[in-house]
Design a protein around this ligand. Structure first.
Ligand code: FAD
Length: 326
């Protein structure tokens, strides 16, 4: 069976990887220049900066097995398990990618067919699915089954553009999914920051959730920071111009890092973390030829997105198996 997996974050790459291990022909379709999604790592003036997710934690045995393999092949490494003087934070190993947070996603995608810079404009089902690219190279793909792993509001936009919908109850559950938003600032630092190992600070002021120095973290040869605003501040200044919302983030970062930011860029994460989820780890219908997965289903955290990708692949494998046995 030819399966198109739309979205190259941790959910899509996990699903594609599991299905390809079982001999299915898969193609991963991603609008960005590379895989990673919200686990993206950016280059800026020679520095490497984790842009969205900062670390991953693991509890489930299925992911522990991947963590072990990734550790052995130096795709990830333990970053820290506690921050000195922060007894309020949970203790437990936080892992980071050795070359940034997109390392494990890139590793999963290594042996897969990936269509990059392919914005999926619409999907249409005739004898097979037709997956059409918006502008760009005008690519058209065909598949027997599609798995959509975008954040849920973007799934709904795709459905609307495609004049496609699922049963009313499923559509209602999809429409109820909500995410937080997050303003991010990435900056180059004039010199080493004042942050000691592990190079991160959480909630220094109510407006800021996270500051890290990617050099102290170990992924950048140059000092460079990531700053994530709190969801409250992000909501308040979402539509404000950079001149209004960024100065406070720069001021707080420079004060706590004790280094000047010499160059910066800002980003708006419209779907940072799910607040209300679908209620099941994924959706799957062999009759409709569609499956859906992602953190909007599995829940907050990379591990839950990974497990959503894993479980949707299992559902596809078992329903295809049952169909063949009929
Ligand atoms: C600022 C921030 C900080 C976070 N911090 C942490 C953390 O420290 N630890 C943690 O565990 N989790 C964290 N998270 C959450 C974590 O990043 C996500 O739960 C996880 O990465 C979601 O993966 P996903 O594959 O489900 O979605 P995504 O990573 O969003 O993947 C979906 C993909 O679909 C693609 N796409 C969308 N529309 C289209 C289209 N029309 N055509 C083609 N492709 C399309 C996108 O480009 C994207 O690559 C954070 C998230 C954010 C934003």
């Amino acid at each position: 069976m030819k399966i198109a997996i739309l979205g190259g974050g941790i959910t899509g790459t996990t699903c594609a990887h599991r299905l390809s291990l079982q001999g299915h022909s898969v193609v991963l379709v991603e609008k960005g220049r590379g895989v990673g999604g919200r686990m993206s790592t950016r280059r800026m003036g020679g520095a490497r900066i984790d842009h969205g997710a900062q670390f991953l934690t693991v509890r489930d045995q299925r992911m522990k097995e991947y963590i072990l393999k990734w550790k052995q092949s130096e795709v990830i490494m333990a970053w820290y398990d506690r921050i000195p003087d922060r007894e309020d934070l949970p203790v437990g190993t936080r892992y980071r990618g050795t070359q940034g947070m997109n390392s494990p996603v890139k590793c999963l995608a290594e042996s897969l067919a990936v269509e990059k810079q392919f914005f999926v404009e619409s999907i249409e089902r005739k004898d097979q699915w037709f997956i059409r690219e918006r502008a760009g190279l005008g690519r058209n793909l065909r598949a027997d089954h599609v798995v959509v792993t975008f954040p849920v509001p973007q799934v709904l936009e795709l459905f609307q553009r495609s004049c496609f919908s699922l049963d009313p109850q499923t559509m209602q559950k999809l429409r109820a999914v909500r995410y937080t938003r997050c303003l991010a600032l990435l900056g180059l630092l004039e010199g080493s920051s004042a942050l000691e190992n592990p190079g991160t600070l959480t909630h220094p002021v109510p407006e800021v959730d996270w500051i890290s120095d990617n050099m102290t973290k170990g992924i950048s040869e140059q000092p460079a920071c990531t700053v994530h605003a709190s969801s409250c501040y992000s909501e308040k200044f979402w539509d404000a111009p950079d001149e209004e919302r960024i100065p406070l983030m720069i001021k707080v970062a420079e004060e706590y890092l004790n280094s000047r930011i010499t160059q910066w860029s800002s980003h708006r994460w419209g779907f940072a973390k799910p607040l209300v989820t679908f209620g099941d780890s994924h959706f799957h219908s062999l009759e409709e030829g569609v499956s859906l997965a992602g953190d909007g289903f599995g829940g907050e955290r990379i591990e839950n997105a990974f497990l959503s990708g894993w479980e949707v692949a299992e559902s596809i494998l078992s329903s295809v198996g049952q169909n063949l046995n009929r």
